[in-house]
Design a protein around this ligand. Structure first.
Ligand code: 13P
Ligand code: 13P
Ligand code: MG
Ligand code: MG
Length: 382
């Protein structure tokens, strides 16, 4: 049997310089020190970077997905970076490491994780996406464009190995269920679900013809906990390219017209997703707007050749300009919807507290509701 390669991307925010804008080099160095020591033993290769205040660790190995040793390695590296963040008193030091102890898998402990295992093709181009200031449902629209829209991906029409379409694993984050749906046959039903970003997020995409894995996104904190939405985990994704998958340019084209995603300031606002090169992945205006980086690699027996910083291309300047115009338009709404997220999607909210203090002041609306009655106990208003 041919040997399989696993690509694991594990990420966390363990502190920002300053506020939520950037994971500084000191943290990346701390992570890299631990990961470098694991090459040849646990890992084949790695690449460490950051998107805003999130540290992204790209790793290749032969140990399969959900492997204890690989997850522990990432956990240890992020724990060491947390120690540095605490020493430097960075903002939100240790924010995403929710537990003091590791229990075999980073899932549920705070970090986000996207992994896929496959037999490396004769040439294996892949794109790793890293984001900040948004949530995993941010991939719903671009994944749909990449794998199901012939206007984005002409390869769906021209490449015979793609004409049978792609299958999507869609998660219902409220009822904690998942469903597998095929395009083009179920395109409209799929859109009926994934257009609802409050409830549905695409976890994986498979090629229809042979169920070969095509894409995977992290989705860790997209959960309801005790009836409350604890969403928002700045996501990562891995997408395989060319020869039976969308071409690299088709994958990137899904970001050429920026879409609105949830996140931004305090995780409570809609705003544009701006594609940027690694150097510009530093969201500062109103803590944003949301950023996405695209790192292109070629695998060579598991070795990560690259990355090519794909969104650094000047051809994405127009997308950036447009995103900034969209940002301006959304910002003009201030604390009003639709800039502000609906209550169910807000990461922080004062509304229950406000309602509590107003509890005794709310009254039934009288049938003849023309004016404030002078007889009500509102002397302060006269
Ligand atoms: P090349 O002819 O440069 O290999 O490009 C083919 C292709 O698929 C471009 O998207
Ligand atoms: P992060 O999720 O990137 O830490 O941002 C949180 C926030 O409150 C930004 O304003
Ligand atoms: Mg942060
Ligand atoms: Mg972040």
């Amino acid at each position: 049997m041919e040997e399989k390669i696993t690509v694991s991307v594990i990420k966390a925010d363990v502190g920002g310089l300053c506020g939520h804008t950037l994971a500084p080099i000191e943290l990346l160095d701390a992570v890299e020190y631990v990961v470098e020591n694991a090459v040849d033993e646990t890992l084949i290769d790695y690449y460490v970077t950051n998107c805003g205040d999130d540290i992204d660790i790209v790793m290749t190995h032969n140990k399969g997905t959900d492997n204890d040793e690989v997850h522990k390695l990432a956990w240890d590296a992020l724990t060491d970076a947390t120690d540095v963040a605490k020493e430097l008193k960075l903002y939100g030091a240790g924010q995403d490491l929710l537990s003091d102890s590791f229990s075999g898998n980073v899932k549920g402990l705070g970090p986000g994780c996207a992994e896929m295992e496959f037999v490396e093709r004769r040439s294996e181009p892949l794109v790793v996406f890293c984001c900040d200031k948004t949530d995993p449902a941010a991939f719903n629209l671009p994944f749909y464009k990449m794998f199901s829209s012939p206007f984005n991906t002409p390869g769906l029409v021209f490449d015979p190995s793609m004409t049978e379409g792609f299958k999507y694993e869609v998660m219902d984050i409220i009822d904690h269920k998942r469903v597998l749906m095929s395009t083009p046959v179920e395109t409209y039903s799929l859109l009926a679900l994934i257009g609802n970003l409050e409830r549905y997020a695409i976890k994986r995409v498979y090629r229809g013809r042979d169920n070969e894995i095509a894409a995977v996104a992290s989705s860790e904190k997209l959960n309801m906990m005790a009836g409350e939405y604890v969403g928002k985990d700045d996501p990562v994704a891995i997408v395989r390219a060319q020869s039976g998958f969308p071409a690299v340019g088709e994958i990137l084209e899904a970001f050429a017209n920026p879409h609105l995603v949830s996140g931004w300031m305090r995780g409570c606002h809609w705003g544009p997703m701006m594609p940027v090169g690694e150097e510009d992945a530093m969201p500062s205006r109103f803590d944003g707007p949301a950023r996405i980086m695209a790192l292109g690699f070629q695998l060579s027996k598991g070795r990560l050749v690259g990355p090519n910083d794909l969104f650094a291309d000047v051809a994405f300047d127009k997308a950036r300009d447009k995103a900034l115009e969209m940002a301006e338009m959304m910002r003009s709404m201030g604390p009003f919807q639709p800039h502000r997220l609906p209550e169910s999607m807000m990461e922080y909210t004062s509304v229950p507290k406000v309602l509590k203090t107003l509890e005794s002041r709310f009254e039934e609306i009288p049938e003849n509701n023309c004016k404030l009655e002078k007889t009500t106990d509102r002397g302060d208003l006269e």
